[in-house]
Design a protein around this ligand. Sequence first.
Ligand code: ZN
Length: 206
Amino acid sequence: MSSFLNVEWTICCSSSAAIRRPCGRCGTTQSFSSMGKFRLNANGSRLDAWLIYSCQCCGRTWNRSVFERKAVASLSKKDLLALQSNDPGFAARIAQAPLICANGDVQPQNDFTLTGRHVPVSGKGGCPGLLVIRNPDLGRVRLDKVLVRGLRLSRNDLHSLVKTGGLRVRNASSKALRRPTPALLMVECHDAAGDEVMRRLRRLPE
Ligand SMILES: [Zn+2]
């Protein structure tokens, strides 16, 4: 191992709010994006509401449930009007809201890019390498996704590196990997990570 390495990554999120799901027409998983329109179905005093999405590849639509069989009387006038008028702000808010998929994934997963820089080292860091991750916009991106992308590792490799102590999230347990990345977080790179991981850390994300 060479001398102490200090690297900083910054996450830049594009909040497309697309949802990845199987498309019946394409026959594969595709990105569906909100069309900004609601479909409403009144049944007596109850209302169903969906936000309409379309496959970015073939245009097939999919309705995302906003609520089912909700008493109209329980809705505020403002929300009801927003649904009836396809209010863009209201539709965007629904599109950004988490959706738990059958496999436990939470969508929409924001897509993101990483920029990196070497930080001048002052003193020792207590470990061979320190990675500072900044998420200034607090884009909802899981930490393991960031590390997998930035270090060009498989998810399995990443998780075993954390298990063996090669990578350690400072002041947090390994559970932090599966959580959204906070505004500022540090990952220590220890000897157990090996030279290859250090080399990848030195080579900044493109
Ligand atoms: Zn499609």
